[in-house]
Design a protein around this ligand. Structure first.
Ligand SMILES: [Zn+2]
Length: 455
């Protein structure tokens, strides 16, 4: 694949992707602006700059908002209640609680650690609000406190029921379960439909994490799922076509959960935080109100986009992610929220890399490249490339083409390679990262996009 050849637009389209920092269920990482988000949000009720509605007393819930004496008789054109547009929300993403997690399992943390973090939210004065309040606030329908957190638990492990729920009850925290349909009631550590029903009855928010947890960008990514799931996805692709498969993942999962549990599903968590333009379009078609990546960031009233909402995917052994969540550091905007996506995230979604995100290569000594053109005002002297297993490497940067490259000298050994590029952009430190796979045993033919025969 030629770097920035005539195929660049296609490549860019393919790479319109990467949300995500923190790894959660994936190893994917993307761009994380390291700058601390400055300033704390103003108190509830203070009007956002430029908010034409002026000061309005905060009302803690939607109830009572129509208390104006005149409005009672003539419910003409309802005026949307003015909400505090300067409030900020961060969303935490957990997976599994285990008493003795394997040391390097990024998906598991101990119940004690989880409880400690729930307490830390309280100590840091976060109001833990329901997902639906967050969405209602973004619609301008409901006021929320100035500094909020939403707790989400991904995948549908039974520990969400057994272990996390009792702790969350203790704190009286609402939370959301993002479950993927195929896993429910499949035995082992999976949650059952009955348990989900019980949680639903108690007011737990249950949302979609697709059908199979495959990489929505590419059903043929063998590395995204286990062999069994991979087989199921291939069968779906064969019988439904690729679009039909994607439809089942995004729309079918929503319908199944709604039917099975008698609920309304309006949120999706992208498996591995991965998406592309086509995925985003289908999310819109499905009528989701919010779609979540694992790109930890401060969420504001109007930014980022509703289908690119970042979450902090908490990991054991990486306390920094939770610390960042407490200060809402990350790609999101700091201080008073400008209604624009962070430069950092834009860069991640448009940067052309070789090898591409998620690509599997056979060459142990590849040339690794990234084009930094979309990253904005990069200070050439500040650019650093770091490769997992190799450390900081002597990369070359061409300011004219904005191409950053490095010829690997010492053969790769790790199967999964992460490349991290850090630089000062417009005076702010930022970094972007992507992953690719190295598999010397992989037959080159398998790299072509021909249909993979069923396993
Ligand atoms: Zn997941």
């Amino acid at each position: 694949m030629k770097f920035l050849s005539g195929k660049a637009p296609l490549l860019i389209a393919m790479l319109l992707v990467l949300g995500l920092s923190g790894s959660g269920c994936s190893k994917i990482k993307a761009l994380v602006a390291k700058k601390k988000a400055g300033g704390s949000p103003p108190a509830a009720g203070s009007p956002a700059p430029g908010d034409p509605s002026g000061p309005v007393a905060p009302h803690p819930s939607g109830a009572g908002t129509a208390a104006a004496p005149v409005a009672a008789a003539t419910p003409a054109r309802p005026v949307a209640p003015a909400v505090n547009k300067s409030a900020a929300v961060m969303v935490l993403c957990y997976h599994r609680l285990e008493e003795k997690p394997r040391p390097k399992d990024p998906l598991a943390i101990t119940p004690a650690e989880f409880e400690k973090e729930m307490q830390a939210l309280k100590d840091a004065n976060f109001a833990v609000i329901p997902m639906q309040d967050f969405l209602a606030w973004r619609r301008g329908d409901k006021e929320i406190p100035p500094k909020c957190a939403v707790v989400t638990i991904d995948d549908g492990y039974s520990s969400g029921y057994d272990s996390a729920w009792p702790i969350l009850k203790k704190f009286n925290y609402p939370f959301t379960m993002f479950v993927y349909v195929n896993y429910i009631g499949s035995g082992g550590k999976s949650i059952t439909w009955d348990q989900l029903g019980e949680m639903r009855d108690a007011g737990v928010d249950i949302e979609s994490h697709t059908y199979s947890h495959g990489d929505l960008r590419n059903p043929r990514d063998k590395y995204a799922v286990d062999a069994h799931t991979y087989g199921m996805i291939q069968a779906d692709v064969q019988s439904l076509g690729e679009d039909g498969w994607l439809r089942k993942e995004i729309i079918g999962s929503k319908q199944t959960l709604e039917k099975q549990l008698g609920i309304k599903v309006n949120c999706l968590a992208y498996p591995f935080g991965k998406y592309n333009q086509k995925v985003r379009e289908m999310v819109k078609e499905a009528g989701y109100e919010g779609a979540f990546t694992v790109y930890g960031q401060r969420l504001g009233y109007s930014a980022p986009a509703a289908d690119l909402l970042g979450r902090y995917a908490v990991e054991q052994g990486n306390p920094k992610i939770f610390q960042d969540a407490l200060t809402m550091v990350g790609g999101g905007a700091g201080g008073p929220l400008p209604a624009e996506p962070s430069m950092a995230q834009m860069a991640a979604s448009s940067m052309v890399t070789v090898p591409a995100q998620g690509e599997t290569i056979t060459n142990p000594k590849p040339v690794i490249k990234a084009n930094l053109a979309t990253m904005g005002d990069v200070d050439p002297a500040s650019i650093k490339m770091r490769i997992s297993g190799l450390g900081v490497v002597k990369s070359t940067y061409d300011p004219a083409s904005k191409n950053l490259s490095y010829q690997v000298v010492q053969p790769l050994t790790d199967k999964n390679v992460t490349v991290i590029v850090s630089a000062t952009i417009g005076g702010k430190p930022a970094e972007t990262r992507w992953d690719f796979n190295y598999d010397p045993a992989k037959a080159p033919a398998a790299a072509s996009p021909k249909p993979v025969t069923k396993l």
